[in-house]
Design a protein around this ligand. Structure first.
Ligand code: FPP
Length: 252
């Protein structure tokens, strides 16, 4: 079945790797490995569905507090993914970007991430934002510091300017944020950019979020009416607002 309305930007909180592994009597890292396998399938599905931006939450600023073995394992997996998957992503026309604090990652990973960004910079089938060492509050703090360092004057600050100081500068806000494993929490993900996003909670662990699950999420999205703080009749009367919400209309 064709999906009626394809979102431009989908963001995903890939939750449930640990529980997926536990349910099989496997170590948590086996769940993360299965999560990476699934990520590959979801990226391919994004290209097929015609989604232009995908943002994935791979490691939060809070995840440093996990057991040492798991943190090291996730770093190892990122390193491995960059070595193993980059050529194929490049071939698929994926442009890789990083959001979060790159400088907080081990030097060798920083270098590989920068090389991957550089290699894929002209690809335009799908922009893949990997949130690794990312936190929504940290992103806003970083933006404020940067504005102050640039000497931005108070009267120059508006929502557009703030957006331009975020890690996602220049990209549209997410239309749809999916969280797997049935949880109903934002968990510090895209706090600013998600202001008008539709949320969808999938009731399966991330490694089991397959193309059919993805299609279901898109079908739900298609049926939602996004009002951006207005009422239905106004939306029918007006042309779509480029770039999403009208800045002068607060609320949902
Ligand atoms: C949440 O599941 C998942 C994570 C914290 C990590 C997600 C990481 C990957 C899919 C692999 C790394 C990705 C890249 C791009 C290298 P959880 O561990 O919180 O699961 P639980 O809630 O069941 O314990």
């Amino acid at each position: 079945m064709q999906v009626a309305k394809i979102p431009t930007h989908v963001a995903i909180i890939m939750d449930g790797n640990g529980r997926w592994a536990l349910a099989r009597g496997l170590p948590r890292l086996a769940g993360h490995r299965a999560g990476v396998e699934n990520l590959r399938r979801v990226i391919t599905a994004c290209v097929e569905f015609g989604i232009k931006h995908l943002t994935i939450y791979a490691f939060s600023t809070e995840n440093w507090g996990r057991p040492r073995e798991e943190v090291d394992g996730l770093m190892f997996i990122l390193n491995e993914v960059l070595d193993r998957e980059l050529d194929e992503l490049h071939r698929q026309g994926v442009q890789l970007r990083h959001i979060g604090r790159l400088e907080g990652l081990p030097g060798s990973i920083q270098k590989k991430v920068r090389q991957a960004i550089d290699l894929t910079r002209n690809n335009d089938r799908l922009i893949l934002n990997v949130a690794f060492n990312y936190g929504g509050r940290d992103e806003i703090v970083h933006a404020i510091r940067q504005m102050l360092a640039d000497g931005v004057q108070p009267e120059e600050v508006d929502a557009d300017l703030v957006s331009r100081y975020l890690f996602t500068a220049g990209q549209p806000d997410p239309d749809l944020i999916i969280r797997t494993a049935g949880e109903l929490r934002v968990s510090n993900f895209l706090l600013w950019q998600g202001a008008y996003a539709e949320y969808y909670a999938a009731d399966v662990y991330w490694p089991d979020f397959d193309k059919e699950q993805f299609r279901l999420a898109l079908e739900h999205f298609s049926q939602r009416e996004r009002r951006f703080g207005l009422v239905s009749n106004q939306l029918k009367a007006a042309a779509p607002v480029p770039g999403g919400a009208p800045a002068s209309h607060p609320g949902a």
